[in-house]
Design a protein around this ligand. Structure first.
Ligand code: SF4
Length: 229
């Protein structure tokens, strides 16, 4: 499992994939990466410290992800991140959080003491698909509600049952309401949620121009940021 990487094509930054406690929700139908979650505090701290020791601060920007929300990262690791921020002159952090923690984001901003780009896996702004099919447990109704708390949504495209109109709408919403966003092209995993190859082909043709868009990062594989397995 690669847990450290450098992103150099858009929004240059270092990225680390840390271990955290089990995702507080843990029931999204498409998700099997909670397998990286742990309850062994010592193991998490050791793995995370080793990964974080690779951070150089070369871009002044660090993204920290775990298979869940940043609030599930052990406190000792969060303190280590905070000291690395100071030591390595890091001036911007990317973190990810589920909607359920939206009222705690400011607490994290205060704790880290530098600007944070908060990502959120909305998967789609189509409320019915997100809640009923993907079982995301993120009950906002409008993009504006998300924007009140978060900076950069992640959406998924190419899931069986999604429509072209839903994807068009999601990309329009990302561009209209947010400065940054991530588009994950769905890849099959151990869950029953399946990829729609036709839809992926259509997306890749219609939206190939997004490769040049500095505000949207398109991930064709889960490992495109250079971390994961
Ligand atoms: S919130 Fe994220 S980590 Fe948790 S189950 Fe859903 S997709 Fe997986």
């Amino acid at each position: 499992m690669d847990r450290y990487s450098r992103i150099i094509n858009k929004n240059c930054r270092e990225i680390v994939l840390l271990k955290g406690y089990p995702c507080a929700w843990g029931k999204c139908t498409f998700c099997d990466y909670t397998e990286d979650n742990s309850r062994d505090l010592q193991e998490m701290i050791e793995v995370n410290s080793k990964v974080l020791s690779q951070v150089t601060g070369e871009f002044g920007v660090l993204e920290v992800i775990n298979s869940g929300s940043c609030f599930e990262i052990p406190e000792k690791t969060l303190r280590l991140i905070r000291s690395i921020i100071k030591e390595k002159d890091i001036n911007q952090l990317f973190l990810e959080s589920h909607w359920i923690y939206r009222h705690k984001l400011q607490e994290m901003r205060d704790f880290m003491g530098i600007p944070i780009i908060f990502k959120i896996g909305v998967e789609t702004f189509d409320n019915e698909f997100r809640q009923k099919v993907l079982n995301k447990q993120a009950d906002f109704k409008t993009p504006q509600e998300v924007r009140e708390y978060f900076d950069s949504p992640c959406i998924m495209v190419g899931i069986r049952g999604q429509s072209k109109e839903m994807i068009d709408d999601d990309i329009r919403i990302l561009k209209e309401y947010f400065e940054l966003g991530t588009i994950n092209v769905y890849t099959n995993n151990t869950t029953d949620v399946r990829r729609d190859e036709e839809l992926v082909k259509w997306f890749m043709e219609k939206y190939s121009y997004l490769e040049e868009d500095p505000s949207l990062e398109v991930l064709y594989l889960n490992t495109d940021f250079g971390v994961g397995d």
